[in-house]
Ligand binder design. Sequence first.
Ligand code: ARG
Length: 267
Amino acid sequence: MCEPRYFDVRYAINPWMDTETPVDLPLAREQWQSLVQAYRDHGHTVELVAPVAGLPDMVFAANAAVVMDGRVFGSSFHAPERRLESVEYETWFKTAGYEVHRPGSVCEGEGDLVPAGRFLLAGTGFRTQPAAHREAQEFFGRPTISLQLVDPRFYHLDTALFYLGEEGGEGDGGAGGENIAYYPAAFSPGSREVLRRLYPRAVVATEADALTFGLNSVSDGRHVFIDPQARDLIGQLADRGYVPVPVDLSEFRKSGGGIKCCTQEIR
Ligand code: ARG
């Protein structure tokens, strides 16, 4: 994770960003700190990368890479304003002893590449290019499912879908009990059909819950770190036996970000 010391909205590269709306930095820092605390309280280890002045979106660590089996597939940002972030995160990974593969086309890490058990779910339409999906499949050797995003408010896959983990003991819930939560209208008809076939027991979010970034959540398979305003989704998750852990990151919505965006998962 990366502390939001220099967080701001200085350019607009998604519909949530308005450079005229001021960011409450003390509040943003407090909210971000509560997410760090929530992870630690639930047994997770948080590593920190140093924030860099002039990189206001660097707090969105998810976009820097996707890591599976300790192998790091780095990023190549769509917006020139964010490109230097890749270098900073690459340095962090290298210092920590990881090799980093730099993708050859636009690829925004876990923003669009969501590890989901046996599959890698991959979004395209606004940022990450389909060529990066193929490159990721080749790199990880995991079946990579390309999904078309169609609503600019959900410009990254991780704003419209998250992986819940494996559901226990209820037989075949689709892809071996692996399950997701998502907002179908963010996807093209064909991609919606793909998700319906793969995850017949998926948790389906309302538009209101998707718009509060309720799907920009992190699940460890039991706890789901989630926006407190995503009421219906929180209820559905609790009914399925997950433990919702509400963490309010509302200040980051001004930049089109939430819990997952602020979190790079090192698998
Ligand atoms: N302002 C950032 C951008 O538009 C937000 C990134 C959010 N990250 C994410 N994983 N969805 O690039």
